[in-house]
Design a protein around this ligand. Structure first.
Ligand code: ZN
Length: 280
């Protein structure tokens, strides 16, 4: 009996030791993950006040609020919206976040399912990923029903094409100005196949006045119903790194686009708690 009790105590001691070790490992791994997962751009995260605000929670190690805080979305936990449904890193993901801190991987990535969007006129005969193209077709039909019309100036652009565009801008405007207007190759959302530049008149093609046009207003108001967001909204260049581009729509799927609209969160960076990316 005494031996059994002794054995029982030993088991309890081992159980406690194993549990302690397990908890220790979990905490250690959590902090390791937080340090690595919050990407490698931390050195530039403090470059602007906005970045500092967005990045600061991840830089304060707190036992009561571990890694989760670093990536905590604006989403309320009770909403039931799964913010981890798709990858933010995988170029094939409809939620991939590409900005000046987050190049495509690989940088010469090309989507595998580019198609034309039926019923939509592409000025450059262009393409998009199938899911985005189908959504764009639906959006064009709905806009037409409301008596509006838009065309696509350009949608998918490969690495080489983006390189041409970027270097044309650099030669014309200088590097600093070019970087505010045009993405470096490997950093363009157009290279994902999820984005399109819309226009309804040549006067406001690729100009902010598209946002004031009836078509521009319609897209801003109804785009989310078809899975599109205005990726570079007005007043958010300190977050996105780009000036207001009411014509540039990005497909993220109806679920996320509607969540962003309902919560009044304008950018992917803010929604997913990612650092702002005003500069490279
Ligand atoms: Zn664009």
């Amino acid at each position: 009996m005494a031996g059994a009790q002794h054995g029982g105590r030993r088991v309890r001691v081992w159980q406690v030791a194993a549990l302690t070790l397990g908890v220790g490992l979990l905490v250690g791994v959590t902090f390791w993950w937080a340090g690595n997962h919050n990407n490698t751009d931390r050195s530039v995260d403090t470059a602007s006040p906005v970045e500092s605000v967005l990045a600061s929670p991840s830089q304060i190690p707190q036992v009561s609020a571990p890694a989760v805080t670093a990536q905590a979305p604006v989403a309320l936990p009770s909403s039931g919206f799964d913010t981890e449904r798709y990858s933010l890193e995988d170029a094939d993901s409809p939620w991939v976040v590409v900005n000046k801190h987050r190049p495509l991987e690989p940088t010469d990535y090309a989507p595998g399912d580019l198609v034309t969007a039926s019923g939509v006129r592409f000025a450059d005969g262009g393409t998009m990923r199938r899911e985005a193209a189908d959504a764009l077709s639906d959006m064009e039909s709905a806009a037409s029903s409301d008596g509006l019309d838009f065309q696509v100036s350009s949608a998918y652009r490969g690495f080489a094409r983006q390189s041409d565009i970027y270097h044309t801008h650099v030669n014309k405007l200088g590097k600093a100005k070019a970087d505010r207007l045009s993405a470096r190759p490997g950093y363009s959302e157009h290279q994902t196949g999820w984005s399109a530049d819309l226009y309804d008149s040549s006067a406001c093609r690729l100009k902010s006045c598209f946002g004031d046009s009836a078509a521009g207003q319609w897209v801003a108001a109804h785009g989310a119903e078809y899975g599109f967001i205005i990726r570079y909204p007005e007043g958010k260049s300190s977050v996105t790194g780009y000036e207001y581009e009411p014509w540039h729509v990005r497909y993220v799927g109806e679920g996320l686009a509607m969540q962003m609209r309902e919560r009044n969160v304008a950018t992917l960076e803010e929604f997913f708690g990612l650092p702002a990316a005003p500069t490279y």
